[in-house]
Structure formats: C-alpha cells, structure tokens
Ligand binder design. Structure first.
Ligand code: BG6
Length: 505
C-alpha cells in the first residue's frame, strides 16, 4: 500500500474503502470524463480510498489500446486533479486501466467488455463488482442499457454488485423522464441506480443539513413565522462554452433549475429526517418537491432571459445568439427566475425565489433566508435607514461558508443602526480542502451509498414543477439582458411586485 500523506494522523474515523470493483466509463473522451471523472478517480486513489483490487475501463469508438486510454486518463488527471500529483499513485492505477474499442450499437464491443470484466475478476480480483458510468447523451441511453441487459452485465447476483450511474438531464419533461426511468429500472434494480446531481456532492450543500439538524440555534426560526422569503441563486459568469448543441435544446430551466436549484430548495425546506440515511433523507426531500406550488400569474412570477453582448471583467462578451452553434433567432433562455411556494405548515405563505443565469457578473451560488423585519423599532426612522432584513446566507460557492447579517449600532454618540455581517469561512476554520463533488459521489457509488442521489420520484416531482413553466414560455421570446448584468429587468420587477429585492451577492 502506498503511504498516504494526505491523511491526517489525528483522524480516528476509519476511511470507507469500497470492495474490490471496476469502474466502467462510457463517454471517456467527453468533457465531463476528462474534467471531472478521471481526475476524481486519481484523487480517490491518491487519498487511499480506492480498493487495492480496482480496474478502470473505458469504451469508445477510437482505434485505441489500453495505453492510449491510460495516457488520456493520465493527462486529464494531471490537469484537473485536486490533490498533489504523485507518480507512484498513477503508476499503480495505470496497471489496471483497460480500453474496449467499439460503438454503442456494436454487439462485439459489448461482448468484449463483458469478457474483459470476467478476465479482470481473475487477473485483478475485482470480485465481479462493477459500476457503469453513463457520461453520454441521453439519446444513447437506450442502446447502451439494452446492450448491458443482453450481455447480462447489468445483473447483480448474491456477492456481486452491478450499479449504473446516470447523469442529468434525466429527460426533457415529465413524460420523457418517466420513460427514461422505466427503461433504466427495467435493466437495473432500483437500488443499483445512481442519478447524479453533482450539487448534492458539494460540501456546503451537505453542510446545510449539519447547520439545520446538528444545532439548536437555527431550527426554531427556520419557518414561516420568522422567515419572510427565501432566495436561491445560482449565478455563473461563464457563457455556454462549447456546449451550444446541448444548450440550445436545453436552456437554463431544464439544465439547472429542474435539478440543482430544486434540490437546494428541497434541502432548505425539508423536515428533519428520522435518521441520516438514503431512504429517510430522500423521503423528506420528496415531500417538499411534491408540496411545491407554482404561481397563477406566471407572466409576473416566471421570467426567462437571454444574454446579449456586454462586458464582463473588463472584457467584451458576445451575445448568446452570436455564440458558435447557436441559431441567430434562438429563443433558448440563458436565465430563469421563478417564485415558488412550498405548501406545508412550515412554509405556507413564504415565497421561494429561485434564479439562475449565465454571463451574470460573477460565479456565486447561495441560499439566503431573509427574515421578517422587527414588528416594532423603538428608534427614530432616520436611525434605522440602513437596516435591512436579518439574513442567513449559506454560500455554496465560492467563498464556501455561512454569513449571518443583522443590525448593529454604529459607534458614535447617536443611535444609528446598520447592517453588519458575521462570517464563517471553510477556508479559515478547516485546514483540509473539501473533496470535489464528483470525488465524493463516485466514492459513494462504489460504496453503494445512495444518500446523495435523487430518487426517480424526486426527479419526476421536479419535472412536474418545470413542465408548466416550459409550457408557458413555449413560443415566447426571452427578455434580453446584457452580459455582465444580473439578468433582465423583469426579474427585478418580479420581486418588486411583492415589495422585495434580490440580494446582490
Ligand atoms: C451543470 C450544468 O450541471 O452545472 C452547467 O449543466 C453548469 O451548465 C454547471 O455550468 C455548473 O456547475 P458548478 O459545479 O461549476 O457550479
């Protein structure tokens, strides 16, 4: 075993290491595999969290051998790994990298893949266990799944597990996601299906549960008696990069509102689970998603936008319609904002404002609880002009942490009250850096821990929220906003209609 300098000797917890197994990645030459999955495999190996008997397999059309794939994986890992590079760790991993050549509709390729898994059982002692990662366009799912069924690769048997990892988007609406779920469930048993929403792998998102359920301070005020409204923002400064083909078909609401933002809403609004287990947490999230209400007046409370040419960080940024591969008259949204409700005793009457967009001024994801104003202020009006709502802000990224905003007296001879902040920053309190979301989630797949993976009922409940919005937006043109601005005016008007304003993160 290679000594692990990344492990803190004071850490008494036993590291959770999966049983011997193989990870099979479909779509190894894609963006996700190169930028996230392969580096995550290396990081896990580097932290000593992969079993000694482990194999990494890739299947692609290229005319490659094992060493070509190993080289691609090495390059990807070197470029994007989170942990320091250690050649000896890579060398060890490289010895168990296999490549299978062929296309997804090629029976021979899948027979070969099944044989290779069989051989690895003998040569690398992987015990017949394998996780299949579908990092491929959803249109390819049926053919790949059917191949796995045909070759018997998808079957878990006593003492041998087979799991599948499905990347979002899980369909494009409720009907198609049902179809997809039915298809996946016809090939794999429900507990062997892992639907990835990488936001759930983020340390700060998991901290939301620690914050709420490990403390006594916050839960008593975490409800509609004290909270005026909740704002969930996922802002990105980047545009669509080289993903025009995907994005034109998808748009902001299907790309991230349906999954990342609704999952954040579910974790914010859910009741305390009976225990910290996959079953109980997923049950509580599902209850929230089923309780989400959509406003009647969608004209005011569901806004979508599209960025036009503008300036970002001193650089000119072109408009969405000028991006390569985007139609000159595209009506795909790059910004979406909506006011939702959660019809439960805890949250009835509290608006949840969700917004996301590309080419906004900065990259920031946060959940902000905006508390009610004090019912009475025993000060002169002029003394509290600078006093806003108390706020509790969970900063998902960057500057991971939590901020509490409240009023405080300004030093001096008069009684002036102004907002101040109290900050908890991960980077200051902890010496270790957080694992990447994919690192955590990949490890959980190999361990068979489904806590951080949405169940299909959650996915379907989320589409039930998005479908009416998409229907309302169909055939309309999104509101324009300039790159580098916080979305279209209509998004500000949406909050102004109820006497509120977006936070400027
Ligand atoms: C993905 C979306 O799920 O999340 C992308 O498809 C988006 O459009 C990305 O850019 C953002 O992820 P992160 O972890 O950088 O916030």
């Amino acid at each position: 075993m290679i000594p692990n300098p990344l492990r803190d000797p004071r850490d008494r917890r036993l590291p959770r290491v999966p049983e011997p197994c193989a990870l099979v990645v479909f779509g190894i030459t894609g963006d996700l595999a190169r930028k996230k999955l392969l580096p995550a495999v290396y990081d896990l190996a580097n932290r000593g969290l992969l079993p000694t008997n482990f194999a990494l397999l890739g299947l692609a059309r290229r005319d490659w051998g094992d060493t070509d794939f190993a080289e691609l994986a090495r390059d990807a890992a070197r470029k994007a790994a989170r942990t320091p590079w250690r050649e000896e760790v890579w060398e060890r991993l490289a010895g168990s990298v296999r490549f299978v050549q062929g296309s997804f509709d090629d029976d021979n390729a899948f027979d070969h893949l099944a044989d290779t898994l069989g051989e690895l059982e003998g040569s690398h002692g992987i015990g017949g266990n394998a996780a299949f990662y579908l990092s491929i366009p959803p249109a390819m799912f049926p053919v790949v799944l059917k191949q796995m069924q045909r070759t018997g690769m998808a079957e878990s048997t006593p003492g041998r597990w087979r799991r599948v990892v499905v990347e979002k988007p899980f369909g494009t609406d409720l009907a198609s996601s049902r179809e997809l779920n039915a298809l996946v469930d016809s090939v794999f048993t429900a507990e062997d299906v892992f639907r990835i929403d990488h936001y759930l792998g983020k340390e700060t998102v998991q901290n939301l549960m620690a914050l709420r359920f490990a403390n006594t301070l916050f839960e008593p005020v975490w409800n509609g008696h004290h909270v005026d409204s909740v704002q969930i923002t996922m802002a990105e400064d980047v545009g669509i990069g080289g993903r025009a083909g995907f994005y034109e078909e998808t748009g902001a609401a299907r790309d991230v509102l349906q999954n990342h933002l609704l999952q954040l809403l579910a974790l914010t609004a859910m009741e305390e689970p009976v225990e910290f287990s996959a079953e109980e947490i997923r049950t509580e999230k599902l209850k929230v998603l089923r309780a989400v209400s959509i406003p009647d007046d969608l004209r005011t409370f569901a806004v979508r936008g599209q960025y036009e040419q503008g300036w970002l960080a001193g650089q000119r940024a072109r408009g969405y319609r000028q991006e390569e591969g985007v139609a000159a008259d595209s009506t795909t949204e790059t910004f979406a904002a909506v006011r939702l409700g959660v019809e439960t005793r805890r949250w009835a009457g509290v608006p949840f404002y969700l917004r996301t967009g590309k080419r906004l001024p900065r990259r920031v994801t946060e959940i902000a609880l905006m508390f009610k104003r004090a019912p009475h202020l025993p000060f002169a009006d002029t003394d509290t002009q600078e006093l806003g709502n108390n706020q509790l802000v969970v900063r998902v990224q960057p500057d991971e942490g939590v901020t509490l905003k409240f009023g405080s007296k300004v030093p001096g001879s008069v009684m002036e009250v102004r907002d101040v902040s109290m900050d908890f920053l991960y980077g200051e309190q902890f010496t270790e850096t957080s694992p990447e979301a994919y690192e955590r989630l990949l490890l959980d797949v190999l361990l068979g821990d489904a806590t951080l993976f949405p169940r299909n009922a959650e996915v379907e409940a989320s589409w039930a929220v998005i479908d009416p919005l998409e229907e309302f937006w169909a055939g309309t043109t999104p509101h324009p906003y300039r790159a580098g601005e916080w979305g279209p005016r209509a998004a500000d008007d949406m909050l102004a209609a109820e006497g509120r304003r977006w936070r400027r993160p």
